[in-house]
Design a binder for this molecule. Structure first.
Ligand code: NAG
Length: 309
């Protein structure tokens, strides 16, 4: 039986952030600037990595793709969220909602996988420097990117297929700024206990395991460096601290939202804003403002462009 036919809800109401009209305008300006900076910053990384001959190393190849995922992840939810701040009626169609959840988990899952690939890249670079170029071949890099897309796709499909088959017949208010699985599933007029457990396993546990895996790999790197050279530790620490910051800020909110998704935790909305608006902006900030190589490459590109006019 196709349960979709039983749905009588055709759109959801997004509550968004509460507050006076002035406050809404304030949020609008803040989110608008953050989103603008996210798009510009990540595009800048992608362009610089693609056109600088100095940055054709595996790390920057992966970083360019990470920026792409970040930009997409933010674009899935933020523009609608910003437009909604100026609207009285904040609705989203059933299919709009499903589309948001599909792409959010596609890019989220892909980004998590790519972060693990980036940790592996740092492991090889720091712990096996002599074999770095032979291990991190072009083929492996393309493989990593393809693999990220595949994992993202499997991750999102497994959850969306089960969600679109739910009957939605009654309440349609989503207390968030965009549609997200835990909140939407709760609105189904059917017992969704098993599905809720599945989402916890698929999204929550996945982020938790990825996070632990990443922390372990960084620890292994640091211990290896510590045991093998005396001066290398601070250099490794400075490279890795950027990665660790990104990873913590990305996974922290995800683990909170998906591993305990069905409790009524009031901070969920803020955490949602965090990983869709703030985290995608962190890569450009961390990798361009703190990275000398990147800054030099950007400057060179600008000079090249000016002199070729
Ligand atoms: C991302 O990966 C693809 C290959 O899968 C590659 O062609 C592209 O150059 C990468 N993007 C950046 C910005 O490095």
């Amino acid at each position: 039986m196709d349960l979709m036919n039983k749905s009588i809800v055709s759109e959801f109401v997004l509550l968004g952030l509460s507050g006076t009209w002035t406050l809404q305008i304030f949020y609008f300006l803040i989110f608008f600037m953050l989103y603008g900076a996210t798009v510009v910053g990540n595009l800048l990384i992608m362009v610089t990595v693609t056109f600088s001959s100095h940055l054709h190393s595996p790390m920057y190849f992966l970083l360019g793709n990470l920026s792409f995922f970040d930009m997409c992840l933010s674009t899935v939810t933020t523009p609608k969220m910003i437009a909604d701040l100026l609207r009285k009626q904040r609705t989203i169609s059933l299919w709009g909602c499903v589309t948001q959840m599909f792409f959010m988990h596609l890019f989220g899952g892909a980004e998590m996988t790519l972060l693990i690939a980036m940790a592996f890249d740092r492991y090889v670079a720091i712990c096996k420097p002599l074999h770095y170029t032979s291990i991190m071949s072009r083929r492996l890099l393309y493989g990593f990117v393809l693999f990220s897309w595949i994992i993202g796709f499997i991750h999102t499909m497994s959850q969306i297929v089960l969600t679109v088959n739910l009957p939605f017949c009654g309440p349609n208010v989503v207390d968030n700024l965009f549609c997200d699985l835990p909140l939407v599933i709760k609105l189904a007029c059917k017992d969704t206990y098993i599905l809720e457990l599945f989402v916890i396993a698929d999204s929550g546990l996945l982020s938790l395991i990825c996070f632990i895996l990443l922390l372990v790999s960084y620890t292994v790197i640091l211990v290896t460096v510590h045991n093998h050279s005396s001066g290398g530790l601070s250099k490794a620490l400075s490279t890795l601290s950027a990665h660790i910051t990104v990873v913590t800020l990305f996974f922290g909110p995800c683990i909170f939202i998906y591993a305990w998704p069905f409790s009524n935790f009031s901070g969920t909305k803020i955490l949602s804003v965090f990983y869709t608006v703030i985290t995608p902006l962190l890569n450009p900030i961390i990798y361009t403002l703190r990275n000398q190589e990147m800054k030099v490459a950007m400057k060179k590109l600008r000079i090249q462009r000016i002199s070729s006019r």
